[in-house]
Write a protein of this length. Structure first.
Lengths: 774, 235, 79, 79
């Protein structure tokens, strides 16, 4: 074995540790670390594992509610009570840099990683969603990344057998070369099935299960915590991680089966920093120590060094601590599933993470200090200079529209607004036979039935009186708005999630966030981060949707600069009754169309056009202060809509987001495909002439927040409007659902009347991405 | 009447089939592990969808060698009813219990969407209860559902009335546009000459409850159940 | 010893992947391509002398590695 | 002329397909297999003399046919 290199300042720097951090290590250890130990510190103290730059900020998130069974930060993912002794576990995680280097495998292993986090908690993963950002599709390299990422997600999720039920995709120049891939998974379990990632019980044996360790993604966590440059992509050490969803499916089934035996004292997946992170974190959580021997770890090549074995990020591996004397159960179950396993060490009472190689000591570090005592930084934050220009922007130079006909088509065709069917038709969104609302409406809706619970599906009897549950999921973030106003934009991301849930009939119960930002050492970028976190925190508190976990991905930039700040928000809600499940499209001719919420914000000088899709697409301007987000108003809007839905008045509901009211109305005219190539259209006659507005463009395309379009039967329309008003929500009838035959969208305002053929609008919207990718 | 649903490593629609047969129809149904050598007392066997063995090499190519497939072959040879859905169809083709093969979709993309099916033959235990003029609306979800066979085989499938389902459009026309994967003759499902082994790419188990947006798939299970009831061997 | 099994789609079988690659090559400006067929290349490291390996592999290629309905195969031995 | 592009997974990169096939072979009773790696075999029919074809194909193999992150390739010319 080649001898380890000496620790030099250069080597320390190569490991992304500052001289001060190295001083800290010396102090903590009271000696020099060896080469392997240095590698361990480098990953454990990377942003990805330690949150050293963001930990202080994240403290501001609301994390408690009566539903919280496992709170953010305690374990690999949080857990929420959903009643009847049932619980859910969910989390979002990024795989941005690996996807930039190798889109297919990077995205695939991102999905694999988040699924592992969920079954590590003892939950059966039952659905996935994702949030994606790319540059503009006119760039062939962007198309390559987009194609690769989507097929990677499809490959992993479809093969694993988890339905990918929703998501979002935005295209913006700022993500060129640095796409964002945020993957979310949700699992279900009973309260008594919660598993812990703690190394409990001194003397308990430690098992390694899953495929052999190779030189995959060496030090990936450290890589994720660097600016993405041409060089770092080229020189990413180690081999690209290749995902094996088949292996993971087996691994999950075996782990859930093993957990059901009660033989498991602790369990943890090997994600970032693989064996290193899982051993020291389990020991830290257990308040114990752990000792393993690398010679017992299955290895793909014979000549791997301890450094490589410990830092490898080979996929689909788990660390399991077994109650002493019950080792046979592991053997029996993993052999049944034909999975490799190895006993590699045991829990100790020393508090140390000890790693030996053929009995020889290679690592001896204090586990809890390593896991929990990473440095914490309070970075400098200064308001970015570009904001002065943003705030100074007025509509002076922007002539109002005389005729909005072409503009609506252009907006619907804009890839960020256009239908994402090119994406979701590649995902199996129905496997597990639970999906009640497929991709294409405001939120995805799934039911939870008996076979969603670990173990229950294998029982011999029927499902009995299983209390079925219904969940809705949404993920949102308009990063343009965040860029133009991080605090308001972040609040708006939360509000949009909540609105999407409300539109589907759900009450929010919890959330998870993915902070995708640039380099935190840049005070202006750090300011974006800080303000966004503040916004998310206020938003989640307002909707009683505690943050149950999340992920931070910094250093997202390309040579031109940082990405737009993207605090992706995913929210989960509960629907009480299948009858309350609501979709966004218009249902029947003659139904009343009602707008809930104030059409325009009187205090907004830009009338909702700041940062709008309209300004970007038709005026090539990405600027202006975006619409304010009033959380109190949004909250009332949501509860009011839910009340209307629960009393059976609402036939359809869709919120106004990118593209404003006109785009929302057009989308309501297109229902989900009935079958292959079989869209269903319905028309609408809209009269906006009673609405006060100085500008037609703002009225139709402004993105004032807090607005939802609903439909009711003609008979219920007056009641719905009155009830909404009684609750303090502005409501007005704005039109009537039209004919199916030759469906047309007709809009009248004080300045004119226009009509669009729905089939034509649909074609622009439905096929835009398809055409761009052809 | 008892059902067995096979479970290979990588099957992922196994529970969905169990759910429909057990909870929607109310029949005793059990999972049959791939290492079993017998189908036990099952009256019919379902080979579910998924990615058995990760779909590595070719879809269904590894699963067909598992012990349970030996038992299924014997069961089928004795006239037992076997329905393969999606990956199950692929496995049956690989195992030679059904003719032809399923190759990559011509789009090269996985496709998950609802399709319309025309029932090409009602004369089978899988289609017997489907009303004469009814086209079915059922989802597909596959990357390799492109049915291929040589001209001779296609001729014999047609001659023997072995084509069960074909992709059509909403109007019921057999067009190329309606074909989601490039299958020959828009074939979505077939049976063997003896008519006791059937395979189809669409997923009836995902379309057996109104709550999931349609229940045309029930007609296929209903056909199977009725056929079993009418089997002379069954009391 | 090392053996290779080369598996190619039968002429009569549509090769959607080959067709797509051919079209993509054209689009990228790679002219003059009149046919593309995509198959598999399997490298197997196996005990035994050439004869035994060849016999075994033929057997497994026939019944498992290739599907005779749609594929042809050939074995290649080097060094 | 006819050219072949042989694409194989990089040594250091995991090849789950190869591994699964290897295990399957063992289970089927085909003993003594110590490694299986599965790659692609592309046959291209193309105008031009060997030199032009080689130059063109190298270019397209680099940027399109093979994935340099996880695969190696080589060109083969016969008759
Ligand atoms: N990456 C994706 N994966 C799956 N579904 C997606 C994805 N992106 C968008 N969708 C689906 O397309 C629909 C519209 O998405 P989006 O335009 O983001 O809606 P909204 O503005 O209401 O949030 C949603 O149903 C969403 O789930
Ligand atoms: Mg919405």
């Amino acid at each position: 074995m080649p001898s380890d290199p000496a620790i030099t300042p250069e080597l320390v720097a190569e490991h992304n540790l500052t001289p001060e951090e190295y001083e800290g290590i010396l102090e903590l250890l009271g000696r020099e670390p060896n080469y392997t130990e240095l590698g361990i510190f480098s990953v454990m103290w990377s942003e990805h594992c330690s949150y050293k730059n963001t930990r202080a900020l994240l403290k501001g998130f609301p994390t408690q509610s009566p539903r919280v069974l496992v709170a953010a930060g305690e374990e690999n993912a949080g857990i929420l009570d959903i009643g009847d002794d049932l619980a859910i576990s969910f989390k979002i995680e990024s795989h941005n840099h690996p996807s930039a280097v190798e889109p297919f495998q990077g995205a695939a292993t991102g999905v694999g990683g988040i699924i592992r986090d969920i079954f590590t908690m003892g939950a059966r993963p039952v659905c996935a969603i994702n949030s994606l950002r790319f540059g503009e599709l006119s760039n062939p390299d962007v198309r390559r990344l987009f194609r690769g990422v989507v097929s990677g997600i499809a490959h992993y999720g479809n093969c694993f057998g988890i339905p990918t039920v929703g998501g979002e995709v935005y295209f913006d120049k700022s993500y060129e070369g640095n796409p964002l891939v945020n993957a979310f998974a949700l699992g279900v379990l009973r309260h008594d099935q919660i598993a812990r990632g703690a190394a409990k019980g001194v003397g308990n044996p430690v098992f390694y299960v899953g495929p052999a360790t190779g030189r995959d993604g060496l030090a990936g966590a450290a890589f994720a915590s660097q600016d993405l440059t041409e060089e770092s992509a080229e020189h990413q050490r180690g081999a690209v991680q290749v995902g094996d969803p088949f292996m993971e499916k087996l691994c999950m089934e075996a782990c859930l089966e093993l957990l059901a035996t009660g033989a498991v004292a602790g369990i943890q997946d090997m994600g970032a920093a693989g064996l290193t992170c899982s051993t020291c974190e389990t020991a830290a959580r257990g308040g114990t120590g752990i000792e393993i021997d690398l010679a017992k770890v299955p290895q793909r090549s014979p000549d791997m060094t301890p450094y490589e074995i410990l830092l490898s990020e080979s996929q689909e591996r788990m660390l399991i601590i077994i109650e002493q004397g019950r080792e046979e159960e592991v053997k029996r179950i993993f052999d049944k599933w034909d999975l490799p396993w190895a006993e590699i060490g045991n829990v100790t009472g020393t508090g140390q993470m000890v790693v030996k190689n053929h009995g020889q000591m290679v690592v001896d570090l204090p586990a809890s200090k390593l896991a929990d005592d990473a440095p914490i930084y309070h970075r400098e934050a200064t308001e970015p200079k570009y904001l002065a220009a943003v705030r100074a922007f007025t509509l002076e130079g922007i002539d109002d529209l005389d005729d909005p006909t072409a503009a609506l088509g252009k907006l619907l065709k804009w890839p960020t607004i256009a239908s994402k069917n090119w994406v979701y038709r590649q995902y199996d969104h129905m496997v597990r036979a639970n999906t009640m609302v497929n991709p294409g409406s405001d939120a995805a809706v799934i039911r939870i039935k008996a076979d969603s619970i670990p173990g229950a599906g294998n029982s011999k009897d029927g499902n009995g009186d299983f209390p079925e549950k219904i969940l809705a999921l949404a993920v949102d973030c308009n990063a343009t708005h965040v860029y133009l106003d991080p605090f308001e934009g972040a609040k708006a991301a939360v509000a949009e999630c909540a609105r999407n849930l409300a539109c589907s009939g759900a009450t929010p119960i919890g959330s998870t966030d993915n902070l995708n930002f640039g380099n935190p050492h840049n005070p202006e970028l750090f300011w974006q981060l800080k303000e966004s976190v503040r916004g998310l925190a206020e938003g989640c508190a307002a909707f009683d949707a505690p943050v149950t976990g999340g992920n931070v991905s910094l250093y997202n930039q390309n040579p031109e600069g940082a990405i737009d700040p993207t605090p992706t928000m995913a929210m989960v809600g509960l629907i009480e009754d299948a009858a309350h499940v609501t979709t966004q499209w218009f249902k029947d001719e003659g139904d009343a169309i009602i707008l809930l919420g104030e059409p325009l914000d009187a205090e907004d000088a830009l009338h909702g056009l700041g940062g709008s899709a309209f300004l970007q697409v038709l005026h090539d301007q990405k600027t202006g202060t975006p619409s304010r987000c009033n959380l109190e108003t949004e909250r009332t809007l949501g509860t009011t809509l839910l009340g209307l839905i629960q009393s059976g008045l609402v036939k359809g509901a869709h919120d106004c987001a990118e593209g404003g009211l006109a785009v929302a109305l057009a989308e309501c005219c297109f229902s989900e495909l009935e079958g292959r190539n079989t869209p269903r259209f319905i028309g609408a006659e809209i009269d906006l002439s009673k609405l006060k507005s100085e500008r037609l463009d703002a009225l139709l395309f402004g993105e004032t927040l807090g607005r939802i379009v609903i439909t009711t039967s003609e008979l219920d329309s007056v009641k719905a409007v009155e009830r909404a008003k009684l609750m303090g929500v502005p409501a007005r009838r704005i039109g009537t659902v039209g004919e199916v035959k030759g469906a047309a969208l007709k809009i009248k305002s004080t300045t004119g009347e226009w009509s669009w053929e729905v089939a034509r609008l649909h074609d622009l919207w439905w096929n835009s991405i398809d055409n761009a990718m052809a | 009447m008892k059902f067995a649903v096979l479970q290979f490593p990588g099957s992922n629609c196994d529970q969905d089939c169990v759910h429909v047969l057990r909870s929607v129809f109310g029949y005793p149904t059990r999972l049959l592990w791939h290492k079993e050598y017998s189908v036990g007392d099952a009256d019919a066997v379902i080979i579910p969808g998924g990615f058995s063995y990760g779909d590595y090499l070719r879809t269904g190519s590894i699963a067909r060698f598992s012990p349970v497939m030996g038992a299924v072959k014997e069961f089928a040879d004795n006239g037992g009813l076997v329905l393969g859905i999606c990956n199950g169809f692929q496995i049956l083709c690989e195992a030679g219990l059904l003719p032809g093969a399923l190759i990559r979709n011509r789009s090269l993309q996985f496709r998950c969407e609802h399709v319309y099916l025309q029932v090409a033959s009602h004369n089978s235990p899988f289609t017997g209860q489907i009303p004469e003029d009814k086209n079915l609306r059922i989802p597909i979800a596959h990357g390799e559902g492109n049915y291929f066979c040589d001209d001779e085989t296609l001729q014999s499938l047609e001659d023997n009335d072995q084509v069960l389902f074909q992709y059509v459009d909403a109007e019921g026309d057999l067009t190329d546009h309606a074909n989601p994967n490039g299958s020959r003759a828009n074939i979505a499902g077939i049976c063997n000459e003896k008519r006791n082994v059937g395979g189809m790419m669409p997923h009836p188990e995902r379309a057996s409850e109104a709550i999931l947006g349609g229940d045309d798939g029930r007609l296929i299970f209903q056909s199977l159940i009725t056929a079993l009831k009418n089997q002379p061997t069954l009391a | 010893m090392k053996a290779k099994v080369i598996i190619t789609p039968k002429r009569a079988v549509l090769d959607p992947q080959g067709k797509t690659v051919q079209t993509a090559l054209e689009h990228m400006g790679c002219s003059g391509v009149s046919d593309v067929r995509i198959g598999k290349y399997i490298e197997i490291e196996m005990d035994g002398d050439r004869e035994t390996v060849e016999a075994k592999l033929s057997e497994y290629a026939d019944k498992f590695l290739a599907n005779p309905n749609i594929e042809d195969y050939r074995l290649v031995f080097e060094d």
